[in-house]
Design a binder for this molecule. Structure first.
Ligand code: ZN
Ligand code: ZN
Length: 123
């Protein structure tokens, strides 16, 4: 395995194992053996390949591992960063609703939400 492939594996495994959205700097501190400029490069490559999706929490850009997910949409919690893989049925319904407005959702979109866990904390 080449040095580059090894670094990419480390970054993507870190993101996949976390099961939530992470910022590039969080990832960089979780895998200190990969330099932060390499982390950015690997993430933008992975975005293009569609194995990582990005969302935003305020000014911070977050990244989520979506692997080879197909046929469903993703949502991520704006508070804790949890990534939710929506079920296929709900994804279709959401797409149809948007179509009604003349919109089609981008394949790599991550819908910003507040998860049930965080909502519960609000009381
Ligand atoms: Zn949450
Ligand atoms: Zn998914």
């Amino acid at each position: 395995m080449s040095y580059d492939t090894h670094q990419k594996r480390l970054v993507l495994d870190c993101l996949a194992d976390s099961g939530r959205a992470m910022s590039a700097s969080e990832i960089a501190s979780a895998v200190p053996q990969v330099g932060s400029s390499s982390v950015y490069r690997i993430l933008s490559q992975a975005l293009e390949e569609g194995i990582v999706a990005s969302s935003r929490n305020g000014r911070v850009r977050l990244f989520s591992y979506v692997g080879r997910c197909h046929h469903h949409l993703h949502a991520s919690c704006m508070r804790c960063g949890a990534l939710v893989h929506m079920d296929e049925d709900s994804s279709r319904r959401m797409e149809r609703l948007l179509e009604g407005q003349g919109l089609s959702i981008a394949e790599d979109a991550v819908i910003p939400c507040i998860c049930s866990e965080c909502r519960r904390k609000d009381g």
